[in-house]
Design a binder for this molecule. Structure first.
Ligand code: AR6
Length: 209
């Protein structure tokens, strides 16, 4: 396991804000291998596990994550869509897991965009509250919950950039995208970043390979 924590993580595209904070887009990749302070789980309201990213995180992190989720459930009942909670990362390289529940896509006119944006904002706010400096996101809601990635990607990026502007500790956010199609959808947004709902200055680098 030595070396895991010091592994240099790669990026395909990197956006740097004036403040020096960075947003990296990388893939195809498995979020359970990330060495950021926290990784984000696309959970469901029961917090008791599932398939996709959720299954991979619980398998990789072991029973300590589920034990903490059960304690949270006994306190709050269930986690509403758009909110986030924090647990240990268990056996994962990341110290923490931020569990958030994305919206189930029902055509796009049921408040899905606002709920999805809230997931990204709440995760960054919670990470910041815990003085974490880095976190990695999957493409929340774009698997079992059916959100078209071409619609979800600009929301994920805009809400993340917005939340970063008011963060005190979080300085690095990674989007770890599981397959080529998802990575391409994010890359397409970054080809025309002026279309993003975001007005502060930034610079963009692309890996040359
Ligand atoms: N690393 C990064 N991304 C991944 C990984 C991984 N290891 N595995 C899948 N993805 P999903 P949702 C991608 O279905 O749509 C669960 O059962 C995947 O390709 O994991 O928010 C929960 O318990 C897709 O692009 O999450 C809920 O019931 C993205 O992650 C429900 O699914 C999200 O796919 C949540 O559905």
């Amino acid at each position: 396991m030595i070396g895991l924590k010091t592994r240099v993580q790669d990026f395909t595209i990197r956006l740097t804000l004036e403040s020096g904070r960075t947003v990296e887009f990388d893939g195809p990749g498995d979020i359970t291998s990330e060495t950021t302070d926290a990784i984000v789980n696309a959970a469901n309201s029961s917090l008791l596990g599932g398939g996709g990213v959720d299954g991979a995180i619980h398998r990789g992190g072991g029973p300590a994550i589920l034990a903490e989720c059960r304690k949270i459930v006994s306190r709050i009942g269930s986690l509403p869509a758009g909110q986030a909670v924090i647990t240990t990362g268990g056996n994962l390289a990341a110290m923490h897991v931020l569990h958030t529940v994305g919206p189930i896509y029902r055509g796009g006119d049921h408040g899905e965009a606002a709920t999805l944006a809230s997931c990204y904002r709440e995760c960054i706010r919670l990470a910041d509250e815990h003085a974490l400096q880095s976190l990695s996101f999957p493409a929340i809601s774009t698997g079992a919950y059916g959100y078209p990635v071409s619609e979800a990607a600009p929301i994920a990026i805009s809400s993340t950039l917005d939340a970063l502007l008011s963060a005190s500790h979080v300085a690095r956010v990674r989007f770890v995208l599981f397959d080529i199609a998802t990575l391409r959808a994010y890359a397409r947004v970054m080809e025309k970043p002026k279309n993003l709902d975001f007005n502060s200055s930034y610079r963009i680098e692309k890996k040359s390979s």
